[in-house]
Design a protein around this ligand. Sequence first.
Ligand code: XMP
Length: 327
Amino acid sequence: MVDIRRPDDMARITTPELAQAFIDEQIALVKEQVGDKKVLLALSGGVDSSVVAALLIKAIGDQLVCVHVNHGLLRKGEPEQVIEVFRNQMKANLIYVDAVDRFLDLLAGVTDPEQKRHIIGEEFINVFADEARKLDGIEFLAQGTIWPDILESEAGIKAHHNAGGLPEDLNFELVEPVRILFKDEVRVVGDQLGLPAGMVYRQPFPGPGLGVRCPGAITRDRLEAVRESDAILREEFAKNGLEGKVWQYFTVVPDFKSTGITDGKRSFEWPCIIRAINTTDVVECTVEHLDPALIDHLAQRITTEVEGVNRVLYDFTPKPPATVEWE
Ligand code: XMP
């Protein structure tokens, strides 16, 4: 599947009927491309790779081999959801790789944000390549490339996607069934394929995951504080009807401490910063102004439920001058 382009006159996929027509067409194309050969897919649990997985399961069943790498920087419950949805419900051929120690050991003591990103990206390829080499007879690599990825790489805005990084001995032909779709269309297709709404309409999540929300050198205890506070924030946003309405929301636990009082005793613990932003293009973002009662409730829950946190802050800075992520 080389250089397939979105036709200029292609109708935007906005309805279940249009999504189904697209799915039927892609199933036929994938079957024709792949025949009886095996296809490998890195399944992160993000929207694009999940939709590709669901589509390929329909097209080629267990000729698809999904690899889910847990690098330790995923949100609470994510690896479990990938296993539940794809292995248990969709009966996918899913290999789960627990690479948590491998990543966290490499990242120990690394403070530079770009070096952290580099280590996470490179190690991801190493782990994935290790798994690929253990498998026999794989000829294809499926990817969740979408149309904006192609446009942005052509415009020189971002280097496009994961395949570029694989070692030369893993010379797979690409299968990219959602390559000509915009993100909103991928979601409609995902809905039609029966994926859970929480997976299809999830907020953007960066590749380096919680690693960039644990600024400076990542430690396991501070990473856990990020993961737990993020889970509380997501739970409260869902309860308060903000899920799917606010573009991106997360917590950051920086590497400094302040004094507080815990159980009547002086404590010296981390603050937890809440960030919630809205945007259409992520080039400029505004801050979501939460109901003060919700902020109070979040502060109360996070300081009582998250180990090592004694203070909650809210980030009121738009982009620019700030970026979305803290590093
Ligand atoms: P910034 O912080 O640059 O973020 O304003 C803009 C959007 O990009 C996401 N982001 C990343 N996504 N790898 C990713 O896949 C990264 O290294 C990365 N850094 C930032 C960020 O979450 C926001 O949606």
